[in-house]
Design a binder for this molecule. Structure first.
Ligand SMILES: *Cc1c(COP(=O)(O)O)cnc(C)c1O
Length: 341
């Protein structure tokens, strides 16, 4: 298929309408068969559950062109599993994983013209989501739901190199103990908006959230997990019930151990330890890893030894190995790459 005439290298991370999206509706206790549609409008009644009580969850993954010209998706089964976990927590009916994977394939196939070419650094971002669609006014789950999956091309995350960012330790909390921090729900983002706008106004790129109960342990940022490297070269990442289980982070831990022969551990990380680490990065689908150069705790600066110019050496190796696996330069572990075409 002829590619769309898009300036791939200069795309930002923004919504662009593509040709097709997948939609399935849940009613009378069952999902319908689902379909691709050209209609990007969602029509709801004024008291739809999602509009009143924020009953909505989402996922994010990418389709891209590999070095040898295939179009692939990275570990979509894990997105399907996580969407199921999120659905159960918000009393949303589960959209079966096989159907989720089928929707991913159909949506990418229908929008092949929007999958950026290899080497552009751009990708086709996929956004599956589900929401309560019928009217509720008393606080209770909706009885009707919609699953949608749209695709939008997004540009290379790092234009002109990955510059380390500066983050602040936030006074706001992201997730309550026994709350919803471990699911991918819109509500976790709604409450983070004031915190991120505040951080930006103060000149920071991101927030570091600490655990809500004691404010002593590192959790995550608004939309990415932390990965640290100790001075001995060990990779460590926070373990907590209130952070979102990032697929990128889980993949990086595997890469550290199995590809790079590094020690890697998921454990509680005290904020007091951060000053002793050698490197820090934020991991998520969009950037894979963004290097963190400086962490500011109420005016007290922690400068990572890796500095403000470039990624630290271990973060860089992790980044290059995982993107190498994604792009087909390095053999992937069994089941990590789903080939669409
Ligand atoms: C989506 C998300 C991440 C990153 O997860 P990936 O699966 O790696 O994309 C991290 N933290 C939060 C809060 C998220 O919503």
């Amino acid at each position: 298929m002829e590619k769309k005439n898009i300036d791939w290298a200069n795309l930002g991370f923004a919504y662009m309408k593509t040709d097709y999206r997948y939609v399935s509706n849940y009613k009378n206790g069952a999902w319908d068969e689902g379909t691709l549609t050209e209609d990007n409008k969602v029509v709801l009644e004024e008291s739809a559950g999602v509009l009143q009580y924020a009953q909505t969850i989402f996922e994010g993954l990418k389709a891209y062109t590999t070095e040898d010209g295939h179009i692939v998706v990275f570990r979509p089964d894990l997105n399907g599993d996580r969407l199921e976990t999120s659905a159960k927590r918000l009393e949303i009916p589960v959209f079966p994983k096989e159907r989720f994977l089928d929707a991913v394939v159909k949506t990418v196939e229908a929008n092949i013209a929007y999958v950026p070419p290899f080497g552009s650094g751009a990708t086709l971002y996929l956004r599956p989501y589900m929401f309560g669609s019928d009217n509720v006014i008393g606080v209770k789950p909706a009885t009707e739901y919609q699953f949608r999956l749209f695709a939008t091309p997004v540009g290379p995350y790092f234009k002109g190199g990955a510059k380390p960012i500066t983050i602040k330790v936030s006074d706001f909390d992201r997730a309550a103990p026994n709350g919803t921090g471990n699911i991918k729900a819109g509500l976790n983002y709604a409450m983070s908006l004031h915190a991120i706008v505040t951080a930006h106004n103060e000149g920071f790129d991101e927030n570091m959230y600490l655990d809500a109960k004691t404010h002593t342990k590192v959790e995550e940022t608004g939309g990415a997990n932390f990965i640290f490297v100790t001075k001995e070269g060990k990779v460590v990442t926070p373990k907590s019930d209130t952070i979102l289980p990032s697929i990128t982070r889980r993949s990086l831990i595997y890469v550290a151990k199995e590809y790079l022969g590094l020690e890697a551990e998921e454990r509680e990380i005290c904020f007091d330890e951060v000053k002793d680490f050698a490197e820090c990065g934020l991991c998520g689908t969009a950037a894979v890893i963004s290097p963190v150069g400086k962490i500011v705790d109420h005016g007290k600066e922690i400068c990572m030894p890796s500095g403000m110019k470039e990624m630290g050496p271990v973060v860089k190796k992790l980044y290059e190995t995982l993107t190498g696996i994604q792009m087909g330069r390095i053999t992937a572990p069994e089941g990590w790459i789903k080939v669409i075409k």
